[in-house]
Design a protein around this ligand. Structure first.
Ligand code: F6P
Length: 329
């Protein structure tokens, strides 16, 4: 029997991602539209354990659609990984008469949600993919990815000016944890001379060959995008090893874009994606769905069980990869 949903709580968890606020706004506004009471849980699972709940009014989400970060704050909770932590969280939800949860986050968030649902199946949960990494199976894009790529591309455009002026080679490290989505999109949009990602094996010789090939075509400067999770090592190790092998450029430099990729005003794409998924999550809970992540597939909202979202591999598009390598030449 479908549970009657009257009081919903929303939280953000794991790494923040631009667009999380737009998702919270859509959830709150659609909850009001359906006469639901809506609560925000501060700092993700940490706040659930500490009982840090806040009643949200529709005015609380005014003027946030353009803001990066998350008004609900976020955390990576160690305590929620313990049965005692989850029990405390459940008791707090019951004390606050919460009938359903909306979790905005990434892999760790849904792993926690899955475990919680095994122990407390009477608490329905819908997830929204909020991570810059775009590494969740079941959605073409995650909330925050587009903004992070735009930030990285803007940085690469600036690096290009100085790399060109000085005839230098730059290795630019981007985030993405174990996946190369940010790297491949940044490389394509930034017109990079190469891209090193975790999904592909490559050796020092491959990198050197790539750069020598460019030099043969009189390329006096180059930018290589390095995904932080690549298999060869840190971007500094890669730069040092390459420097020992080639004498093409006036100098070799490293730039780590780092947490700049996590902040900033969300792109219009992320705002729309977050609004669509946030809006849908409320309706999904009301219709009795649970244990699923709302994602976008071929421009349609699609629900994927948490177990698939966290365990199935989201592969990079092979054609895109092939194209990226050819265009980098
Ligand atoms: O998952 C988002 C992400 O930014 C990854 O790309 C990165 O590896 C990680 O989080 C960094 O985490 P933290 O902000 O905890 O250092």
């Amino acid at each position: 029997m479908t549970k009657d949903i009257k009081r919903v709580a929303v939280f953000t968890s794991g790494g923040d991602a631009p667009g999380m606020n737009a998702a919270i706004r859509a959830i709150v506004r659609n909850a009001f539209n359906n006469d639901l009471h809506i609560y925000g849980i501060m700092r993700g699972y940490e706040g659930m354990i500490d009982g840090n709940f806040k009643r949200l009014e529709t005015t609380d989400v005014s003027n946030i659609i353009h803001r990066g970060g998350t008004i609900l704050k976020t955390a990576r909770s160690q305590r929620f990984m313990t049965p005692e932590g989850r029990k405390q969280a459940y008791e707090n939800l019951v004390d606050n008469d919460i009938d359903g949860l909306i979790a905005i986050g990434g892999n760790g968030t849904f792993t926690g949600a899955s475990k919680f649902m095994e122990e407390y199946p009477d608490m329905p949960i819908i997830g929204l993919p909020g991570t810059i990494d775009n590494d969740l199976y079941g959605t073409d894009f995650t909330i925050g990815f587009d903004t992070a790529v735009n930030t990285a591309v803007q940085a690469v455009d600036k690096i290009r000016d100085t790399a060109d002026s000085h005839n230098r080679l730059f290795f630019v490290e981007v985030m993405g944890r174990h996946s190369g989505f940010i790297a491949i999109h940044t490389a394509i949009a930034g017109g990079a001379g190469g891209v090193l990602i975790p999904e592909e094996e490559f050796s020092l010789e491959d990198v050197v060959k790539l750069l020598k090939r460019g030099a043969k075509r009189s390329k006096l400067f180059s930018i290589v995008i390095v995904a932080e999770g690549n298999q060869m090592g840190t971007v500094y190790d890669i730069a040092r090893k390459v420097e020992e092998q080639i004498d093409i450029y006036d100098d070799i430099k490293v730039t780590v874009i780092g947490h700049l990729q996590r902040g900033g005003s969300p792109s219009s794409f992320d705002r729309v994606l977050a609004s669509v998924l946030g809006f849908s999550a409320v309706e999904a809970l009301m219709s009795g769905k649970s244990g699923m992540m709302a994602g976008l597939r071929n421009n349609n909202v699609h629900y994927t069980p948490f177990s698939d979202a966290i365990s199935k591999n989201k592969a990079l598009n092979k054609d895109l990869l092939r194209m990226a390598h050819i265009l980098a030449q």
